[in-house]
Ligand binder design. Sequence first.
Ligand SMILES: NC(=O)C1=CN([C@@H]2O[C@H](COP(=O)(O)OP(=O)(O)OC[C@H]3O[C@@H](n4cnc5c(N)ncnc54)[C@H](OP(=O)(O)O)[C@@H]3O)[C@@H](O)[C@H]2O)C=CC1
Ligand SMILES: O=C(O)C1=N[C@H](C(=O)O)C[C@H](O)C1
Length: 270
Amino acid sequence: MGHEVSQACLRRGMTLAPVGLTGPGMPDQCQVVEGGTHTVKLVGSDQLTAQKEALEGLKAAHGDRLVIIDFTHPSAVNRNAELYNAAGVNFVFGTTGGDRDALMKVTEQSGVYAVIAPNMGKQIVALQATMERMAKDFPGAFAGYKLEVTESHQKTKADTSGTAKAMVSSFQGLGVDAFDHEQIAKLRDDASQKAFGVPEEFSNGHAFHTYTLTSGDGSVQFQFKHNVCGRRTYGEGVADAVQFIAHKAMEKSPKKVYNMIDILEAGQMK
Ligand SMILES: NC(=O)C1=CN([C@@H]2O[C@H](COP(=O)(O)OP(=O)(O)OC[C@H]3O[C@@H](n4cnc5c(N)ncnc54)[C@H](OP(=O)(O)O)[C@@H]3O)[C@@H](O)[C@H]2O)C=CC1
Ligand SMILES: O=C(O)C1=N[C@H](C(=O)O)C[C@H](O)C1
């Protein structure tokens, strides 16, 4: 995702910071190819002091024009959020997992501008918003229904889909209360992904989700499905989020922490 979001931002005319933060054991630099080759120096998570200095240096040089984009690993969620909040840098956070309540709390308290969302794909964000509204307008409409959720992602995805978890909250609001995140079926192996319809060429980068609601007597069934091959759609959403949050910071908006539904509702997703 690091390359995907960098390329999307470059296509929108933004500039990449010369330094990026990464995980342990990564090379000293990487090249992003989009309208030329852009070299980014990398500072690994095993160099905490150097990561803090990099953030402070970037903030001093760019102020509110700097927006950090985090697509890392569930195990890095809270550590990274604390780093950005302590440095006072604005950020867009796409990484899923970790302690989400702690992530929200530290961000709300720090006073930085941030977008935090488990899915940046415009049409999926619209579906999430629709389901949230349905739950608000018709609470309990699906009481007595049984929910089944299956998601498939590339083998390297460590956690359960953050998007599926968010959708489950809406289904719970619709009355499907006997459902726990542990019941989300995760497909991470070639054979079951193929059987789920994932094209082989996208086994290393895809996100397929199916939510099935069945009435108590089995006579009525609803199915919601969103299947993404590749990751380009998220990159475009991230570029929207970066422009949105930079603008909010410049105008010193009193509201500081947003999700992608806020940006869609503001008409700021291209
Ligand atoms: N919100 C959205 O729309 C989307 C969210 N995602 C989420 O984004 C996250 C990343 O996905 P993806 O790019 O596929 O994952 P990858 O595993 O391909 O890449 C993650 C990168 O983060 C690095 N990393 C690990 N730990 C740290 C750390 N402490 N600090 C900085 N970097 C670190 C890894 O380095 P190393 O290899 O050394 O571990 C790796 O280079 C996942 O949580 C995924 O679910 C993905 C797509 C869309
Ligand atoms: O890891 C991914 O690829 C994705 N992760 C996000 C999630 O966990 O919901 C969004 C999308 O499913 C792609």
